[in-house]
Ligand binder design. Structure first.
Ligand code: FMN
Length: 198
């Protein structure tokens, strides 16, 4: 069984419509640790040693966040800057994250069509995630495609619920080893992996 660490970041959680639903039940799932960064560190005073210890105790690391300016919310960027230390996460002596799996769970205001060369965001989500993908690679982790919920402004409660159910089913499959990594790596989005098994 793989142990999954969900690192959640939402600076205005009280106003959240989509993420608030998506995370429901995660903390109660076996084998999953749900870690809310803004709740743990409202003053941005990240405990580096505690975060590194959390990371070493898990096999799969997930950044779960709304897309903010084509990237992560600020505290999650601060977390990357402080926690992924040279000699620990990367560099010739930095092997603590070797072979762990990594992916993002992202919600975006923009619809799927906006994230293409023809759309108003011009770039695809995969292209925009390049800094995070390369960070994961430098830390010798295995970068998986993201699980994405697009068009959050227009999404219905029923659609959010479907995404929540699918996302949690995906996490269960990854946790239980009921997951074809090579097939998943070919996809743009992990959402499409779920289509395969529907
Ligand atoms: C500061 C800020 C930056 C944002 N940047 C983006 C962006 O780059 N791309 C996008 O599609 N949506 C962007 N959004 C919209 C959010 O991604 C969207 O509101 C969020 O995913 C909705 O999730 P929630 O209901 O959990 O808050 C941004 C929102 C805020 C407040």
């Amino acid at each position: 069984m793989k142990k999954i660490l969900i690192i959640f970041a939402h600076p205005a959680f009280q106003k959240s419509r989509v993420n608030a639903r998506l995370i429901e039940g995660l903390a109660q799932m076996e084998g999953i640790t749900f870690h809310d960064l803004y709740q743990a560190y409202p003053e941005f005073d990240i405990d580096i040693a505690a975060e590194q210890q959390l990371l070493t105790g898990h096999d799969v690391i997930v950044f779960h966040h709304p897309f903010f300016w084509y990237s992560t919310p600020a505290l999650l960027k601060e977390w990357q800057d402080l926690v992924l230390e040279h000699g620990w996460a990367y560099g010739s002596q930095g092997n603590q994250l070797n072979d762990k799996w990594f992916f993002n769970i992202i919600t975006t205001g923009g619809g799927a069509a906006a994230y293409s060369q023809q759309g108003y965001n011009f770039y695809t989500i995969r292209q925009l995630l390049a800094p995070i993908e390369q960070t994961a690679r430098l830390c010798k982790m295995v970068f998986l495609p993201p699980y994405v919920v697009h068009g959050t402004h227009a999404i219905t409660p029923e659609e959010i619920e479907a995404y929540r159910e699918k996302g949690q089913r995906l996490l269960t499959m990854i946790r239980d080893g009921d997951f074809d990594l090579a097939a998943a790596m070919q996809l743009q989005y992990l959402n499409d992996y779920m289509k395969r098994s529907d």
